[in-house]
Design a protein around this ligand. Structure first.
Ligand code: SAH
Length: 663
C-alpha cells in the first residue's frame, strides 16, 4: 500500500500538476483517493498509469488528468452540491466528494452503480449517493446543482442539465458528433436564460446514451427539431443534418421560421454583399413577419440618416420635407435604390397605413450622420485640388464600406503629400454640410434626432471626418460605435416597448471579436456592441452564398457592374454549406451544440462589399472567422442573383408610387 501512495503522488506530480492543473483542492483530493480501489480486478497495478482502463460493461474509468481537468474547470468548492452523470467506477465522484458538500452520481448500468456504491461504503465516503438511471435528464429531485460533470460524450448539451444548474453554476461536458472525439465544454449559467460557454479542448469519451444523448445504435436520441444525424459524419453532413430548409421567399412560412427570434429586442440581419437580391428579399420577408406579428416598430439600416429620413417620411405617411431631394442618389446607389428595397418600402407604407401614427414602424439610417454626402464632398474637393490624393481617398473609402483588405493602399497613401495638406479645408467643408443638414432636420421636428443628439453629432463631427479621412481601424470603430449609439437613441425615442430589426453587412452584424477584424485589427462591430449591451436580447444573423451574380463596383464611385461571384473556396465556410447540397437553409447554432462547436473553428468567410474584385478575391474578400461565434444563426442561399437597380428612368410617370426613390 505504501508503494501505491508513492505512485499516486507521482501520478499527481507528473500527470496532473505538470500538465497545468493548479487548483490545490483538486491536487489534494487526487492524492487522497485510492484509484486502485476503483479499477477492475487485476488492474490494480495499472491504476496509476496515464490513461483510461476497462471497468466492465464496455465502459472505462477516465484518465486521471481528464478527471482533474474537469473538476478544476467545474470550480468545485467546499459545500457545493454536485451532480456527476456517468458514475462508472465512481472514481471521479470520489475525488469530487473530497472537495464538495454533497455528490449525486448517476449511472445507467445497475451493475456498475452497485460496485461504485460498495466502494464508497468501504472507503467511508458518506457524502456520495449513486442513482441508477438516465443522467441526460439530470436528477431533478436534487436540483439545482452548483456544478454538473458529465463523464460521457453527447451530441448536444442536454437542456435538462442546463436547467438544473444554479445561477452561477458550472456544467462541464464533452460534446461532439464524431465517434470517440468530442470538445470539452464548460457552460456557466450567468442568469436565468443566460449561459456563457467556453471550450476546453478535444477529449475522448464513451458515448452518453439516453433521452437527451445518443441512442444505443449511435443516433441522436432526443430531437428538439429537424432530422437526426448519426455519429461519425463529415462537416457538410453534420450541417445538412440540422439545417432547416427554407421555403420559397414569397411563402408566408418563410417568416415564421424566424419566430424563434420574436422575443428579442434587436434582431440584426446581415448580408454577404451589398448587391444580392436574395439577401434583401429574405430580410424583407423576415422583417415583414416581425413587424406584422411581433411588434417590431423600427427598421434601422446601414445608411445615411438624411436619406433614410426621406423613406421614413414616406412609409409613415408624413409630409415630405420641402428641401429634401430624392433619397440615395450617391454612390453606391444600388445598395438602397433597388427593386427589392422599393417593394419592401411599399409594403411598409401600406402596412403603416392601417395603423395609428404612433404605432407605425419607422425606417432609420444608422450610419455616421451624412457620411455618404461627406465622402462625396471630400472626393469632389480633392479631384479639384489634388487628383492623386483623390485617388488615394477613393481606395480608402472602398475599405470603409464594408471591411476589405487592400494592403497596397497603405503605401500609396504615404506617397501622396497633398493628402495631408487638404485635411483642413476638407473638414471645414464637411462641417458646413453637417450643420446645414442638422438645421433642416431641426425644422423638421424629428423626434428621434433631438437637440441632444444634434449636439453630440456636431461635437464629434470633426473627429469623425478627420478619422474617416485617414481610414483604418479607428474610423471603422467610430462608425460602428456611432451606428450602435444611433440605434439606442432610436429605440429610446420609440418607447420602452420598441423593438428593432437592423439591416447591415455581415461585417457589422457579426460579433467582430470572433473574426480577423477584431482579433488582428482591434475592430469592433455593431453586432458585438449589441451582444455586450443586450445579451440574449439581441440576435445576430449572418447570410452567405456560394456563387451566382452580384451588383458591385470595382472602385469607390465606380459604375455598378453585375459581376459573377466566384464559386466559394474549398477551405471556406461557404464551401461547407454548398456541400450540404441544400439550396437554401437556416442554421440555428443555439439549437445544435455539436454543429456550433464544429463551426467555431477558424476558417475563411467571404465578405463582398460595394466593391468586388474577383481577381484578388482571396486577398480582398476572404477573412478568417469563427462562424458560430460570430453569429447566432446563419441563412444560406447557394445560388444568388444581383439586385436590380432603380435608374433615373425607373417607372417614369409613376412618380407618386416611387416617390422616395424618384428622381
Ligand atoms: N466517471 C467515470 C467514467 C465512466 S465512463 C469514472 O471515473 O469511472 C462513462 C459512464 O457513463 C459509463 O459507465 C456509462 O455507462 C455511463 N453513461 C453513459 N450514458 C449515461 C446516461 N445517460 N446516464 C448515466 N450514465 C451514463
Amino acid at each position: 500500500m505504501r508503494d501505491l501512495t508513492r505512485r499516486r503522488n507521482g501520478m499527481v506530480d507528473t500527470q496532473i500538476a505538470r500538465r497545468g492543473i493548479r487548483d490545490r483542492r483538486v491536487l489534494d483530493a487526487m492524492r487522497e483517493v485510492p484509484r486502485e480501489a476503483f479499477v477492475g480486478a487485476g488492474f490494480e497495478d495499472a491504476a496509476y498509469e496515464d490513461g483510461p482502463l476497462p471497468i466492465g460493461e464496455g465502459q472505462t474509468i477516465s484518465q486521471p488528468y481528464i478527471v482533474a481537468l474537469m473538476i478544476e474547470a467545474a470550480e468545485i468548492r467546499p459545500g457545493d452540491r454536485v451532480l456527476e452523470v456517468g458514475a462508472g467506477s465512481g472514481y471521479a465522484a470520489a475525488v469530487i466528494s473530497r472537495i464538495a458538500g454533497q455528490v449525486h452520481a448517476v449511472e445507467r448500468h445497475g451493475s456498475l452503480a452497485g460496485s461504485a456504491r460498495e466502494r464508497f461504503s468501504r472507503l467511508g465516503y458518506a457524502n456520495v449517493l449513486v442513482h441508477v438511471g438516465d443522467g441526460t435528464r439530470g436528477w431533478p429531485d436534487e436540483a439545482p446543482f452548483d456544478a454538473i460533470l458529465v463523464s460521457a460524450g453527447g451530441p448536444d448539451v442536454p437542456q435538462s442539465l442546463k436547467q438544473q444548474l444554479a445561477i452561477g453554476g458550472r456544467l462541464v461536458i464533452p460534446v461532439g458528433l464524431e465517434e470517440g472525439r468530442q470538445t470539452l465544454l464548460k457552460v456557466t449559467r450567468a442568469g436565468h436564460t443566460d449561459f456563457d460557454e467556453e471550450s476546453l479542448g478535444s477529449v475522448m469519451f464513451v458515448p452518453l446514451i439516453g433521452e437527451q444523448g445518443w441512442t444505443e445504435d449511435g443516433r441522436r436520441a432526443a430531437l428538439r427539431d429537424g432530422p437526426s444525424p448519426a455519429r461519425g459524419l463529415s462537416l457538410p453532413e453534420m450541417i445538412a443534418g440540422v439545417a432547416e430548409p427554407l421555403p420559397d421567399l414569397d411563402d408566408p412560412s418563410f417568416g415564421r421560421l424566424f419566430d424563434r427570434f420574436a422575443g428579442r429586442k434587436v434582431v440584426l440581419l446581415g448580408e454577404a454583399s451589398h448587391g444580392t437580391s436574395e439577401f434583401y428579399r429574405a430580410r424583407a420577408a423576415i422583417t415583414r413577419h416581425l413587424v406584422n406579428h411581433h411588434g417590431f416598430n423600427i427598421v434601422a439600416v446601414e445608411a445615411d440618416w438624411p436619406d433614410a429620413a426621406v423613406i421614413d417620411r414616406f412609409v409613415r405617411h408624413r409630409q415630405a420635407r420641402g428641401r429634401a431631394g430624392p433619397a440615395f442618389r450617391r454612390f453606391p446607389t444600388w445598395m438602397w435604390r433597388n427593386t427589392d428595397v422599393d417593394s419592401f418600402v411599399g409594403w411598409l407604407r401600406d402596412h403603416n397605413g392601417q395603423l395609428a401614427p404612433e404605432q407605425r414602424a419607422g425606417f432609420y439610417g444608422l450610419d455616421i450622420y451624412n457620411m455618404g454626402a461627406s465622402i462625396a464632398a471630400v472626393l469632389a474637393y480633392l479631384d479639384d485640388v489634388d487628383p492623386a490624393a483623390a485617388d488615394v481617398a477613393r481606395h480608402r473609402y472602398g475599405c470603409l464600406t464594408p471591411w476589405q483588405r487592400e494592403p497596397s493602399d497603405y503605401g500609396r497613401a504615404a506617397l501622396s503629400a497633398g493628402y495631408g495638406k487638404c485635411e483642413q479645408p476638407v473638414i471645414q467643408q464637411c462641417r458646413e454640410l453637417l450643420s446645414n443638414e442638422l438645421a433642416y432636420a431641426q425644422e423638421d421636428g424629428d423626434s428621434c434626432l433631438d437637440a441632444a443628439q444634434n449636439a453630440r453629432l456636431v461635437a464629434s463631427a470633426e473627429r469623425y471626418y478627420r478619422v474617416m479621412y485617414y481610414g483604418g481601424a479607428e474610423s471603422w470603430n467610430l462608425r460602428d460605435t456611432h451606428m450602435f449609439e444611433t440605434l439606442c437613441q432610436v429605440l429610446a425615442a420609440r418607447g420602452s416597448e420598441s423593438k428593432a430589426v437592423v439591416w447591415a453587412h455581415n461585417s457589422h452584424v457579426g460579433d467582430a471579436r470572433y473574426t480577423e477584424m477584431g482579433i488582428l485589427r482591434d475592430e469592433l462591430s455593431i453586432g458585438q456592441l449589441c451582444r455586450e449591451h443586450f445579451g440574449q436580447d439581441a440576435a445576430l444573423i449572418g447570410f452567405g452564398t456560394h456563387s451566382g451574380t452580384v451588383a458591385a463596383a470595382s472602385d469607390w464611385e465606380g459604375e455598378m457592374e453585375v459581376k459573377d461571384v466566384r464559386p466559394s473556396r474549398r477551405d471556406s465556410y461557404e464551401r461547407l454549406c454548398h456541400d450540404t447540397g441544400i439550396p437554401r437553409f437556416l442554421l440555428d447554432f443555439s439549437r445544435h451544440d455539436a454543429v456550433r462547436l464544429a463551426l467555431a473553428e477558424m476558417r475563411l468567410e467571404r465578405f463582398i462589399g460595394v466593391i468586388y474584385r474577383p481577381e484578388t478575391e482571396l486577398m480582398s474578400h476572404y477573412a478568417d472567422a469563427s462562424l458560430s461565434r460570430q453569429f447566432d444563426a446563419f441563412v444560406w442561399f447557394d445560388e444568388t442573383r444581383a439586385v436590380t437597380p432603380l435608374g433615373p428612368e425607373h417607372r417614369p410617370g409613376e412618380l407618386p408610387e416611387t416617390y422616395p426613390f424618384g428622381l
